[in-house]
Design a protein around this ligand. Structure first.
Ligand code: GDP
Ligand code: GDP
Length: 448
């Protein structure tokens, strides 16, 4: 972003906000960091920042530069002072939102999802205003896991940012320009049905999670390893909201006799089901150290092209300090081993207490959506604009969805590794938790 534009001033709700430039409204509860984000985007000091809920009042308007375009940013400040929803969506807030081209819905990684937030989103969703969910106060990668909880808001995965530390702000502005360019979103639910497979070693709690998500006992739960004899298939919901969950038998190394020798049974029952899966929920027992078999299962899931969510189950058996440590340490540990899926949701949870079960469900839904996403050709064209070139420019096309496949045709003489390309696509479009396959072409011929 370029330099600040000064002159931040309170906006009268009755006046036309930013008549000639796109308007981005920052909404959210008090204290989530809206003013701080406003300041970070406008690089001004127009809004008051304070720890006291509600000390910022009225709207504040500032100007920012968004990848070369001037935009107006509005901090909607104090709606949360008022608890009644009728007042909360008072006329002046509605007036600002009516003029906005994009709403940034800000939540805080330091607090759980609040009822007020659910209600405000439910109201906003009735309009066609595009919305971008950001989870603020993710000051370091260890805080990012907290952002998955907010997928329950139904606005997609939250982008983890830190307004204070200016973390991920470039990714934020990139998404802002995409959403503004895409224009009003279609209203109504467009969520597809999905197939989710639960994978994990015996006794980690797959059946229990499955039963908790499904709401009734379908799969046998028993504390003896390997009690789930066969994959149990069940579905929940209807129409587009239909889920299919396959609770696999604990996938342990299986061997079979073939040609007089013992060979690994590649089609062991659990893994066979990975084929049709949109998302694999890998269930790990949080009370035991991660083993080689767990890593192998995660590898199978990633290799199968499915999105991956990790449930760290049985957290009720751990002291809270261990859960905090797990939340901070497990994501970077696994992310390093599985760089091919980006940041994937990892949720400390408990099938017994129900802790984070709704978050797990929301994360799975979001991954299935990402895995089927179709990115408009012009947005992909913009992506490669600044890549190194020897004259002829790069061409990026999406050639498949579910799983996501991209073809990248580049000029000869310039080498870009597949990892570079994958990371650019992933970051630009927020495709975290799902594998991306990139086919590199050179002068019209596939070479990798
Ligand atoms: P608002 O009421 O939503 O406008 O929230 P403010 O911007 O006034 O921020 C509330 C508190 O959260 C202040 O103490 C900020 O310093 C703090 N805060 C804002 N953004 C961040 C962040 O990214 N990380 C951390 N750790 N604190 C933040
Ligand atoms: P599966 O073999 O992976 O399907 O595991 P099960 O769902 O059959 O669970 C194995 C054992 O762990 C059972 O005794 C469950 O009651 C227990 N269990 C499952 N989830 C939890 C949990 O979140 N907390 C605790 N304390 N026990 C759990």
């Amino acid at each position: 972003m370029s330099a600040p534009v000064g002159g931040n001033k309170p906006v009268d709700a009755g006046t036309r906000v930013g008549a000639n430039t796109p308007v981005v409204a920052i909404v959210g509860r008090p204290n989530v960091g809206k003013s701080t984000l406003f300041n970070a985007l406008t690089r001004g000091a127009g809004a008051i920042t304070s720890n006291e809920p509600g000390t910022t009042r009225d709207w504040l308007e500032g100007t920012a530069d968004l990848e070369g375009t001037g935009i107006t940013v509005v901090d909607t400040c104090g709606w949360g002072m008022k608890t009644e929803l009728g007042i909360l969506m008072d006329e002046s807030l509605s007036a600002v939102l009516a003029k906005a081209d994009l709403a940034i819905f800000a939540v805080s990684a330091r607090e759980p999802l609040q009822e007020d937030e659910m209600r405000l989103v439910a109201l906003l969703r009735k309009s066609s205003l595009p919305m971008l969910l950001v989870c603020n106060k993710c000051d370091s990668p260890g805080d990012d896991a907290a952002s998955w909880e907010f997928a329950r808001l139904g606005l997609g995965a939250a982008l983890p940012i830190s307004a204070l530390r200016r973390r991920n702000l470039a990714e934020l502005t990139g998404r802002m320009s995409q959403l503004i360019a895409a224009g009003p979103r279609e209203t109504g639910e467009d969520r597809p049905g999905l197939a989710c497979v639960m994978l994990g070693q015996p006794n980690v709690g797959k059946s229990s999670i499955f039963n908790t998500l499904l709401g009734y006992r379908r799969s046998l739960v028993h504390s003896e390893p390997g009690t789930t004899r066969d994959p149990v298939k069940a579905s929940m919901g209807k129409g587009k909201d239909k889920w299919e969950i396959v609770d696999t038998a604990g996938v342990v190394r299986r061997w079979k006799h073939a040609h007089g020798a013992l060979v690994r049974d590649a089609s062991s029952r659990g893994l066979r089901h990975l084929k049709g899966a949109d998302v694999v929920a890998l269930v790990l027992d949080a009370t035991v150290p991660l083993g080689r078999q767990d890593l192998r299962l995660a590898q199978e899931a990633v290799g199968g092209g499915a999105g991956i969510a990790v449930a760290l189950n049985k957290c009720d058996l751990l002291p809270p300090s261990d859960v905090v440590r797990l939340r901070a340490e497990a994501p970077p540990f696994l992310a390093k081993r599985f760089p091919d899926v980006g940041r994937f949701p990892m949720l400390p949870c408990s099938a017994v207490t129900g802790e984070s079960m709704a978050d797990l469900k929301a994360a799975v839904i979001e991954l299935a959506r990402l895995r089927r996403i179709r990115i408009p050709a012009d947005e992909l064209a913009d992506l490669a604009f600044k890549w190194p070139t020897s004259g002829r420019s790069w061409r990026v096309r999406q050639t498949g969805a579910a799983p996501l496949v991209f073809a990248v045709d580049g000029p000869s003489g310039v080498h870009l590794g597949p990892r570079f390309v994958v990371n650019r696509i992933r970051d630009k479009f927020g495709l975290h938790g799902v594998p991306l396959l990139v086919k590199l072409w050179r002068d019209g011929k596939e070479f990798r």
